[in-house]
Design a protein around this ligand. Structure first.
Ligand SMILES: Nc1nc2c(c(=O)[nH]1)N[C@H]1C(S)=C(S)[C@@H](COP(=O)(O)O)O[C@H]1N2
Ligand SMILES: [Mo]
Length: 196
């Protein structure tokens, strides 16, 4: 009964004041403003990347506390540069920092220290769209695989307009499947299994 009374009261309020037509017009105007706002505002806030794209990268080394790599901390590392093209696009000049230098900063074993159990260490990269790729520490090491991998933040001198702010460039890969866009996390993890 109470519900029915509420509905009637609501109905009777609607009949006072503005006409139903005027109310509908006002509602439609508010709805339009709200919808335009929803579409336009994120475009103003983030012109070149989606809302899940991270502006910094989390570096996780073997379960230790994460280190945040932002533009300021990355700018302390030497700049690296490579000319490479994905698929059949014309080559671009990519600039950023070498993945190797990030691993050095994290004191991950390299060179002569990279032996024994460390030979099974993996470097897993995760993007904001949850795409993941893996390298072995040995394939990245300058004294072993010496695979060139750059964490790029510019393409031909401009911030990445797609898949930024950071993308891995792996010039030696014949398919650019490990050129992972929108890098969010770099993890260094031991994969050694107990010997049978
Ligand atoms: N974050 C993310 N990066 C990614 C992918 C993806 O799905 N997500 N696809 C990869 C694959 S399989 C390819 S071939 C290239 C495609 O790069 P392009 O879009 O610049 O041609 O991006 C790679 N990087
Ligand atoms: Mo691909």
């Amino acid at each position: 009964m109470a519900r029915k009374g509420d509905v009637m009261a609501w109905g009777s309020r609607r009949r006072t004041g503005k006409s139903v037509y005027a109310r509908r017009c006002a509602f439609a105007r508010r709805l339009t403003v709200a919808m335009v706002g929803c579409i336009a505002l994120p475009a103003i806030a983030a012109p070149s990347s989606d809302s899940t794209t991270s502006q910094s990268i989390r570096l996780l080394v073997d379960g230790k506390a994460p280190v945040v790599l932002d533009r300021a901390s990355l700018s302390a590392l030497p700049r690296a540069s490579v000319t490479a093209s994905a698929h059949h696009e014309p080559p671009s000049q990519w600039q950023g920092v070498a993945l190797e230098d990030i691993l050095r900063k994290a004191n991950v074993p390299s060179g002569e220290q990279l032996r024994g159990k460390a030979m099974t260490t993996l470097v897993r990269i995760t993007a904001s769209d949850h795409y993941q790729v893996v390298f072995t520490l040995a394939e990245l090491d300058p004294m072993l695989g010496n695979t060139q991998v750059i964490l790029a933040d510019t393409q031909d001198g401009h911030p990445l307009n797609k898949g930024g702010p950071f993308r891995l460039i792996v010039p030696g890969d014949k398919r650019p499947a490990r050129w992972i866009r929108s890098v969010a996390t770099i993890e260094v993890a031991q994969s050694a299994a107990p010997t049978p």
